[in-house]
Ligand binder design. Structure first.
Ligand code: RB5
Length: 144
């Protein structure tokens, strides 16, 4: 697996540390785009750092965490070529890879716990895109 970009705001900092622990245990290469402590910051800054890394193909996929996962996913989706999926369940994590070829998973640290979050990341990173014609067509329409 190529490099994974990870980022968060202050609301997601603790959960990001849990996800990083998982990535290290799995020997998955990653780059941490911050933030690096729980001081209050603005989530669009970190959303764009990770989104740009993914859009430029510097990173294969991205992981973004804020309090709800909502603000950081909205901001990431403004970057062309990014498909950031807010996932708080395993079914969505699998489906968004198979159907949307999502390249960023976003989660809310105030919504789910670390056990489920790590499972979602694991599914997200290891589920391939289906490559079905209808899904390829629909993804192309997003970019039009
Ligand atoms: C920060 O307090 C909070 O607004 C942020 O983490 C996120 O939930 C925004 O969508």
């Amino acid at each position: 697996m190529h490099m994974i970009a990870i980022g968060c705001d202050h609301g997601g900092y603790q959960l990001k540390q849990e996800i990083i622990k998982y990535l290290e245990e799995q020997n998955i290469a990653y780059k941490d785009y911050g933030c690096y402590d729980e001081a209050s910051v603005d989530y669009p800054v970190y959303a764009k750092k990770v989104a740009n890394a993914v859009a430029s193909k510097e990173a294969e996929k991205g992981i973004l965490i804020c309090g709800t996962g909502i603000g950081i996913s909205i901001a990431a989706n403004k970057v062309k070529g990014v498909r950031a999926a807010l996932c708080h369940d395993c079914f969505s994590a699998q489906a968004t890879r198979e159907h949307n070829d999502a390249n960023i998973v976003a989660m809310g640290a105030r919504v789910i716990g670390p056990g489920l979050a790590v499972k979602i990341v694991d599914i997200f990173l290891h589920t391939p895109f289906s490559n079905d014609e209808r899904h390829v067509r629909r993804i192309a329409q997003i970019e039009e």
